[in-house]
Design a protein around this ligand. Structure first.
Ligand code: ZN
Ligand code: FE
Length: 255
């Protein structure tokens, strides 16, 4: 049985995710922007938290880790590379490590670019990628610490996952990301359709995540930096994929 997935809105525009393994009852939360909505989502379902999985050190992702750990006794996993700036870890992991959640396993993937030491959690059996602020719905995180080449490598490695993989990213930025994406690819019909669906969902205050990797590959300009049509639209026909990605990131930063 695949994991049950619950999207939990937190703070202004953050998301945490609950992953429930039905056979064992194990439950992980991805990031802890604030404890109360996560505890409410757990209580509503009668679930008890076993694991806290941290993607990166930013306060809007780890702010209430200690509070939630104290309330639940959950085991805290995060990047060994960021041990010095994360809440106390019970399990410090490296890219390539595998962790268990009941009968499921998660691969730890390097997701550098937004920060160094950013990791993602890939659950291959259920087809779920928790990408934090690396790959985001119709976007990617700002490059606070990493280089364009690092983020492009991260996105390119995620692009190899099965297209039905659900991308669970850390923020509700889809409307703004969509408006920007349309400046890069105004004629992209899949993007136009998706932007309309996003408008409809947001008008009802519904989350626009998770979303499949296949849909991201068809619409997310940052993932599409290697496409000839995107290069041509930017007048960068002969540039490398990384250069095109860097240009799109620069344009987004000043959008
Ligand atoms: Zn962040
Ligand atoms: Fe964030």
């Amino acid at each position: 049985m695949p994991l049950d997935l619950v999207t939990v809105p937190c703070l202004n525009d953050n998301y945490a995710y609950l992953l429930h393994e039905p056979k064992s009852g194990a439950v992980a939360v991805i990031d802890v922007p604030e404890a109360a909505p996560i505890q409410a989502a757990l209580a509503e379902r009668g679930w008890s938290l076993s694991d806290i999985l941290i993607t990166h050190h930013h306060h809007d992702h780890v702010g209430d880790v200690d509070k939630l750990r104290a309330a639940t006794g959950a085991r805290v996993t995060g990047a060994a590379a960021d041990d010095h700036r994360l809440p106390q870890l019970d399990n410090a992991v490296l890219a390539g490590d595998v962790i268990e959640l009941g009968g499921e396993t998660a691969m730890i993937l390097d997701a550098s670019g937004h920060t160094l030491g950013h990791i993602a959690y890939h659950f291959p059996k259920s087809g779920i990628l928790c990408s934090g602020d690396s790959l985001m719905a119709l976007g990617c995180g700002r490059l606070f610490e990493g280089t364009p080449a690092q983020m492009w490598e991260t996105l390119s490695s995620f692009a190899q996952l099965p297209p039905e993989t659900l991308i669970c990213s850390g923020h509700e930025y889809s409307q703004a990301n969509g408006l920007f994406a349309l400046t890069i690819e105004p004629e992209n019909a899949a993007l136009q359709t998706r932007c309309q669906a996003i408008e409809t969902a947001r008008a009802k205050d519904l989350p626009t995540v998770p979303v499949s990797l296949g849909e991201e590959l068809a619409t997310n300009p940052f993932l599409r930096a290697g496409e000839a049509s995107v290069k041509a639209a930017l007048g960068l026909e002969n540039a490398s994929d990384t250069e095109v990605f860097a240009q799109i990131r620069r344009q987004k930063d000043s959008f």
